[in-house]
Design a protein around this ligand. Structure first.
Ligand SMILES: Nc1ncnc2c1ncn2[C@@H]1O[C@H](COP(=O)(O)OP(=O)(O)OP(=O)(O)O)[C@@H](O)[C@H]1O
Ligand SMILES: N[C@@H](CCO)C(=O)O
Length: 315
């Protein structure tokens, strides 16, 4: 369960009194997620999500994330909307952390996406990219190629605790990616973490997108590569071609890929694999005392990286 920060009842009631969303009926910690502390909030006015921002979210970036969610909703991409307090501000403080209440989104995430889900995702991702073209906020990707080596270096000496040979694999891959990373691809605001748990469905239809707290300006095709890795492998971490093809075809019907994006795609897929391998690796070794969280396995992304290192024309 991702609850790093416990909220005291009296403090929560006082916090809620600064909003116009009725009285507290219940507040329960949420079992999913690894990044922030999330609570289901039920008040006499309805259902909401309360998020307390933790480790990787810089408070200065919150106006970008919250503004993006409002912008996307205006452009027809369904996502949670920040609730403003009586003073008109979307951002408050609770239990010593920046805190936001957002609207509750109906739908469920699929743990084992099928081909149809991958196609629906591709279409939604392309719409999301087009919808952000006129969003004025900007945020550099703090987890792109230049950040990977400094992220790994402090704990590189412990890599054998996760898998023998991991350190050598990561360092050789970083050498490769730093030399070959594509720099001038079509770019704009990307979600950057659109895993199955951040996509909601009602039947085969995608009903909404959540968790914009890694959104940033970067190559659109990198976002697609992140999704390919997260959606198109089976439980044994084997690539599933039909799902990959469905994802890319559906995306390309809405936003065609350029020749440069197609050429760069294998490199982007390797980068997308190492980015999640590294954050999972760091989290695996550093679970905060008392936190209710189940860290995600970095070896899943090592397997996906190895696939991309050897795959030749996999789509
Ligand atoms: N607006 C919402 N409406 C309904 N449920 C939500 C909403 N926001 C979050 N949830 C629920 O809370 C869970 C955790 O939220 P979220 O993915 O934002 O947390 P996180 O710690 O940032 O996760 P991640 O590990 O994906 O980064 C989601 O999987 C979902 O079940
Ligand atoms: N989606 C990420 C965790 C949240 O950022 C992962 O699976 O590693």
């Amino acid at each position: 369960m991702a609850v790093y920060t416990q909220v005291d009842d009296a403090e929560l009631i006082a916090f809620l009194a600064t909003y116009d969303i009725g009285d507290l009926l219940s507040c329960k910690g949420i079992a999913e997620g690894v990044e922030n502390s999330n609570y289901y909030l039920h008040t006499s006015a309805g259902s909401f999500i309360l998020t307390l921002y933790e480790k990787r979210v810089a408070e200065a970036d919150l106006p970008f994330f919250l503004g993006l969610m409002e912008h996307l909703a205006r452009r027809g991409v369904t996502c949670p909307q920040p609730v403003r307090n009586r003073a008109g501000a979307p951002l408050g403080r609770l239990a010593g952390r920046p805190a936001v209440i957002v609207t509750f989104l109906d739908g469920y995430s699929v743990h084992h996406p099928e081909v149809a889900h991958c196609a629906a995702l591709g279409e939604t991702l392309a719409h999301l990219h087009l919808a952000t073209a006129d969003f004025e906020g900007r945020r550099a990707n703090a987890l792109s190629v230049d950040s990977w080596r400094p992220l790994f270096a402090p704990s590189a000496g412990r890599a054998n605790e996760v898998e023998i040979g991991l350190r050598e694999t990561v360092e050789a891959e970083l050498d490769h990616l730093e030399k070959n990373w594509p720099r001038n691809l079509p770019s704009g605001v990307i979600h950057a973490d659109l895993f199955p748990d951040n996509a909601f469905f009602l039947g085969d239809k995608m009903s909404g997108v959540i968790d914009f707290y890694f959104a940033c300006n970067d190559a659109y095709a990198y976002d697609l590569a992140i999704c390919l890795n997260a959606w198109c492998f089976d439980d044994a971490h084997r690539f599933e071609t039909e799902k990959g093809t469905a994802l890319l075809s559906a995306y390309r019907r809405v936003r065609p890929l350029t020749a440069a994006e197609l050429d760069a795609f294998p490199t982007l897929a390797r980068g997308a694999a190492i980015r999640f391998l590294l954050t999972r690796y760091v989290d695996w070794l550093n679970v905060p005392k008392g936190a209710l969280v189940k860290p995600k396995d970095p070896r899943e992304y090592l397997a996906k990286l190895r696939f991309h290192q050897t795959a030749d024309g996999f789509l």
